[in-house]
Structure formats: C-alpha cells, structure tokens
Design a binder for this molecule. Structure first.
Ligand SMILES: Cc1cc2nc3c(=O)[nH]c(=O)nc-3n(C[C@H](O)[C@H](O)[C@H](O)COP(=O)(O)OP(=O)(O)OC[C@H]3O[C@@H](n4cnc5c(N)ncnc54)[C@H](O)[C@@H]3O)c2cc1C
Length: 454
C-alpha cells in the first residue's frame, strides 16, 4: 500500500486522460499527463479530429461526478431520435426513447477536450504536450519519451502509470512484450470521412436540429450531428474498396456525382463538398480487445487503449468515461492498493467492454441498412409498446445501453432474449393492436426479471 502523495503519470490528454486526472487530484493524488500532440487550445485542430460525439447517460454521469456536466450542458444539442433520409429525400423520424428525457447529446469533441484540459489544469494537473511516450519498463517504472518538437529523447521514473493513449496505445504495445498477454485487433473494411453542412443564413440549422440524421443506403451511410453554430458535422461511412467505395471516389466529379445520386438532399446543402472531401483524411475503424489490462502494480490501460470499439453505438467515450467512474469507485473502496484496484477494475469492466464492442459492430448493420426497413421500424414500435406495458422489465436494448447504466453485458444478454421475443411476437402481424399480449406476458414473465434502473 502506497501513500496518497505519490504522483500518478497518465499517458494521453485526449478525452479520458484529463477526466481521470480530475478524479485523482480530487482524491489527493498528484497527477502528470504526457500528451503526444501540441496543445489544442493554442494550435488549429487538425482536420478529421473535430468530429462530434453523441454523449449519453454513462458519459454524463462521469462528467457530473467531476463537476463538469452543468458547464457542458450549455454546449450540447439534444437529439431526440433518428431522422432517416430516403434516396428520394423523404423523411422518417424515429424517437430514441419513450420519454422526452431520453435523448442523446451532440457535443463538439474539441470543445469537450478543451474544457477537460482547462479543468484539469485548474485543479493542479501538470500537462506536458508534444511528449510522445515511446516505451516503458514495467519492472523499474521507467518511461521513455520523445519531444515531438526538438526530437530529443528522455526518460523519467514513474510509480504508477495509466495509459489513456487511445486505440494505438504505446503502453499497450509495450505490454505485448509480456508473457501471456492476449491481444486482438479487427479493422472494419469500411473507412470514414468527416464532412460539413454549413449553417443556413442567420446561423440557423438547415435540417431539423434535434435529431441525428441518417442516410441509410444498405452497404454504406452518411450521418449528420448538429453543432450549436447551426452547422452539421457529417460522417460518411463507406467500404474502402469495391463497389460504392472510397477507392471509386478518386476525383471531384466522382464525389459530387456520388452524393447527388445517393444523398441528393444532403448534397444540395454542401457547396464545399469536394473541397471538404479531399482536405480531410479517410479514417479507419478498429475493435481492440486485450487482457490483462495491467502490468503488476505499475501500469494500467484505460479507455480506447484497453478496448477501442467501432463508433456505431455512440458509446466509445461513454464507455471510457464509465471506466473512470468505476476505477475511482474502486480506489475509494480499496485505497491505493494499486494491484488490487487494477485487478478488480479489469474484472469488473472487461466482460462489459467486450459486450459493447460486439454490440457496436452489430449496430452498424442496423444503422446503415435496417433503419430504412419498414419491418424494422414496426419492430421498434412493438418494442416501445412492450416497454410501456412492462416497464422496468422489457427495456429496449438501445435504452439499456444509452439511457441507463446497466452493465453492458447485461444489456447484451437481455437484448438477445428480447430480440428473439420480438421476432416471435411480430411474426405475421402488421399493427401494434394485433399484438398477442397474453403471449407477450407469458414470454416476458418466463425469461425476464425486473431491472434495477436506479
Ligand atoms: C468517427 C468516430 C466517431 C465517434 N463517435 C462517438 C460517439 O458519438 N460517442 C462516443 O461515445 N464515442 C464516439 N467515438 C469514440 C471516441 O472518440 C473514443 O472512444 C474516445 O475518443 C476515446 O477516448 P480516449 O481518451 O481513450 O482516447 P483518445 O481520445 O484517442 O485520446 C488518446 C490521446 O492519447 C494521445 N496519445 C496517443 N499515443 C500517445 C503516445 N505514444 N504518447 C503520448 N500521447 C499519446 C493522443 O494524441 C490522444 O490525445 C467515435 C470515434 C470515431 C473514430
């Protein structure tokens, strides 16, 4: 057991690092963060890094614990549901939940990151920028860095290191050298491209502001999230190769033609489409699973470094922020018994982060393909009707993940049971009124117990 005066070294000042740092300093620890990038508050943010995030209950809870949610609430736009755009520009709205409060919140990644950096520094966290971690010795605690500006190499001695350094984590790479370290990474055959819909005259939103817009096209899709300045941050998800792929969009006319044919109403709102398209990089998406997440009592992985997931459930940062909540709870329970805290943390989280990783891949098919299907929309109506009739027992999977803090693994397991029930109950009917309520009650009572939604 070590004393609280020790310094905890975090690698990465993305979203998770500064939030965790805040929780640690509030518990009396000294915290230093080393970040490979320049300080985003003083240099222009590189293209492709300003994507909006959908923040929901797990993330909000962690921000509220850090005393930051009230401030962040001023810069979010609540999205009440999905607005689907068909190829002939017809709109269909599907609410995310049954209550007004069941919304997800569009927030600028950069604004959130800068607020976290400011708050962490205001609480005494020391952040060193342009310091790329290049390795760690888990026996001695020695950390190696390269200054990205001067290219100078240096090493420091650290007692406790937490790798919050994202999906390509250097601390995780170092763990690959440990015996019996399990690691897998799976890239999607899809890439993503950030694009922008500018504001309408007067700074107004040119599309419904309180919705997440989706142009589902079977094998690919475009989405748009509102910004407070009237613009929309769009993301195009497209295969890297083959038909309708990034490989085919190699010229400005090809890009414009593709958008005009497949997303005509969006194309009409994007005067700088081709410029945007070629100025921004094409990103890739990966699921990373590994274990253990810690090296003795010296180092731990947290956030995307431990469990990068694809973005289709809008849970990456919500999950990373929930990591902070759980780790801090364990610290409160066990004190600075780091090996125990790290072990219990992994035990509590791994099963859940594996579950959300799988749910996120599953949700890609739902978003790009099924949300445009009338049978899928009917199932969603039945789902909401069942929830209304059996509250706290039949809770839609989306709601369990997004509007509650039920463990992800529980949400996945109950979601699978409910999916089977829905298939059985929706078979052969076209109206919610025709639902066999007796059968629904029997199935639900046999397989689902009430949930603790507190
Ligand atoms: C297209 C897209 C859309 C997304 N949408 C959502 C969404 O709607 N909702 C949601 O919850 N999540 C979303 N996510 C996921 C979310 O962005 C991530 O889960 C989140 O950023 C993870 O936070 P992190 O702090 O763990 O990692 P990051 O935010 O990646 O931060 C890691 C930090 O570590 C630094 N770093 C890396 N290597 C080193 C090194 N060697 N030395 C020093 N510093 C280093 C990096 O520069 C970075 O600042 C999305 C992701 C993508 C790609």
């Amino acid at each position: 057991m070590t004393g609280k005066a020790e310094t905890i070294t975090l690698i990465g000042a993305g979203l998770v690092g500064p939030l965790l740092a805040l929780g640690l300093v509030k518990r009396g620890f000294r915290v230093e963060i080393y970040e490979r990038r320049p300080d985003m508050r003083s240099v222009p943010i590189s293209a492709g890094r300003s994507i909006n995030l959908a923040l929901s209950v797990r993330g909000i809870y962690a921000l509220a614990q850090a005393g930051l949610w009230e401030q962040m609430q001023k810069i979010v736009i609540p999205m009440k549901g999905r607005m689907m755009h068909s190829v002939d520009s017809q709109l269909t709205f599907q609410a995310y939940g049954k209550h007004e409060s069941e919304v997800i919140n569009s927030i600028s990644r950069a604004e959130l990151n800068m607020a976290l950096l400011n708050e962490a520094e205001a609480h005494g966290v020391k952040i060193s920028f342009q310091q790329r971690c290049t390795g760690m010795d888990f026996k001695t605690g020695k950390l190696h860095f390269r200054d990205e500006d001067t290219k100078q190499e240096r090493s420091i001695e650290a007692t406790i290191v937490i790798g919050c350094d994202g999906s390509a984590s250097a601390i995780r790479s170092e763990m690959l050298t440990l015996s019996r370290f399990n690691f897998s990474q799976e890239y999607l055959d899809y890439g993503y491209k950030e694009l922008t819909i500018p504001a309408a005259p007067g700074g107004k939103h040119p599309l419904e502001a309180n919705a997440l817009h989706i142009w589902p096209r079977g094998n690919y899709m475009l989405i748009a999230l509102p910004n407070v300045d009237g613009t929309f941050a769009c993301i195009l998800f497209l295969p890297f190769d083959g038909q309708d792929s990034f490989a085919q969009l190699a010229s400005r006319p090809a890009v414009v033609k593709f958008f005009q044919s497949h997303f005509p109403d969006a194309a009409a709102l994007m005067p700088a489409l081709a410029d945007n398209f070629f100025a921004n990089p094409t990103g890739s998406m990966v699921t990373v699973k590994c274990c253990p997440w810690h090296a003795g009592n010296k180092a731990l992985l947290l956030g995307d470094a431990a469990h990068a997931i694809v973005p289709f459930f809008g849970q990456g940062i919500n999950c990373g922020f929930e990591d902070c909540t759980i780790l801090l709870q364990l610290l409160d329970r066990y004190g600075a018994d780091w090996e125990r805290v790290f072990r219990e943390f992994e035990q509590a989280r791994k099963v859940n982060t594996d579950a959300i990783a799988d749910l996120a891949v599953e949700n890609f098919v739902e978003m790009r393909d099924r949300v445009g299907d009338p049978r899928f929309l009917f199932r969603k109506k039945v789902e909401l009707a069942l929830e209304a009739k059996f509250p706290q027992v039949f809770v839609p999977k989306y709601a369990m993940v997004t509007f509650n803090r039920i463990p992800y693994a529980t949400a996945m397991k109950r979601g699978q049971i409910q999916d089977r029930m829905l298939t059985e109950l929706c078979d052969g009917i076209a109206k919610v009124d025709d639902l066999d309520w007796d059968k629904a009650g029997r199935l639900i009572r046999a397989e689902l117990t009430p949930l603790d939604l507190s």
